[in-house]
Design a protein around this ligand. Structure first.
Ligand code: GRF
Length: 195
C-alpha cells in the first residue's frame, strides 16, 4: 500500500517560486504530500500560470472585490470546502489572515518568512538586517498563529551576510534556501502525521 499523502492548498500572491519548489518535490513518488490546490488573492499572479501549466487546480479570490477581510476569508473557506485539504501552505501570500480564519486551521497552516524569526518580522527583512550590520540571515518555516510571523518554528536555514551585500543579493541567497526549506518542512510534518 502507498503512503497517505498530505493534501496541500498553497496560497500565493505573486511569483510562486516556493510553490514551484514544493511542486518539484511532489514529483517524487515517495514524497509524502501533494498539491491539490493553488489559491491566489491576485488574478494576475505569475504563479497561477505555472500552476495551471502543471495541471494543478487553481482558485482566485480577489480581495479587492470584498467589503471586509471576513467576507474575503469566508469566500476562501467556501472554496476550500470543495477540496479535502490537510494543510494550508502560505507561500508569498501577501494578505494578513484574521484570527477567525487562522483558528479554523489549528496546526494546519504554515508559512515561510525570509528572516531568522523572531528577528525581522514583517516586510523588508533583508534591507533591515543589512542596515543593522547583521552577519547572518535566513528563512523560517513556522506554524501560523493569529500573531503575525510568531507561530512555532518548524525549521530554519541560515546564510551569511557579506560586507558589500545588497537587499537584492541577500534576498536571492535566502530564496535559494527557502526552496530547500519548504519541501523539507512539509515532509517533516507529513511524516510526523503518518507515524
Ligand atoms: C518569499 O521570499 C517568501 O519568504 C515571502 O515572499 C516571497 C515569496 O516568493 N513570504 P515566491 O512567490 O514564493 O517566489
Amino acid at each position: 500500500m502507498g503512503i497517505k499523502k498530505l493534501k496541500l492548498a498553497v496560497f500565493i500572491s505573486g511569483r510562486g517560486s516556493n510553490m514551484l519548489s514544493i511542486l518539484e518535490a511532489c514529483k517524487n513518488t515517495d514524497y509524502p504530500a501533494e498539491i491539490v490546490l493553488v489559491l491566489s488573492n491576485r488574478p494576475d499572479a505569475q504563479g497561477l500560470v505555472s500552476a495551471k501549466n502543471a495541471g494543478i487546480q487553481t482558485e482566485v479570490v480577489d480581495h479587492t472585490q470584498f467589503e471586509s477581510r471576513e467576507d474575503f476569508e469566508d469566500e476562501i473557506q467556501d472554496r476550500l470546502e470543495k477540496y479535502d485539504i490537510d494543510l494550508i501552505v502560505l507561500a508569498g501570500f501577501m494578505r494578513v489572515l484574521t484570527e477567525g480564519f487562522v483558528t479554523q486551521w489549528p496546526d494546519r497552516m504554515i508559512n515561510i518568512h525570509p528572516s531568522l524569526l523572531p528577528d525581522y518580522k514583517g516586510l523588508n527583512t533583508h534591507a533591515r538586517a543589512i542596515e543593522d550590520g547583521q552577519k547572518e540571515a535566513g528563512c523560517t518555516v513556522h506554524f501560523v498563529t493569529p500573531d503575525l510571523d510568531s507561530g512555532p518554528t518548524i525549521l530554519q536555514k541560515r546564510v551569511p551576510i557579506f560586507e558589500d551585500d545588497t537587499a537584492e543579493r541577500l534576498a536571492a541567497r535566502v530564496l535559494e534556501q527557502e526552496h530547500i526549506a519548504y519541501p523539507q518542512a512539509i515532509e517533516l510534518l507529513a511524516n510526523s502525521k503518518n507515524s
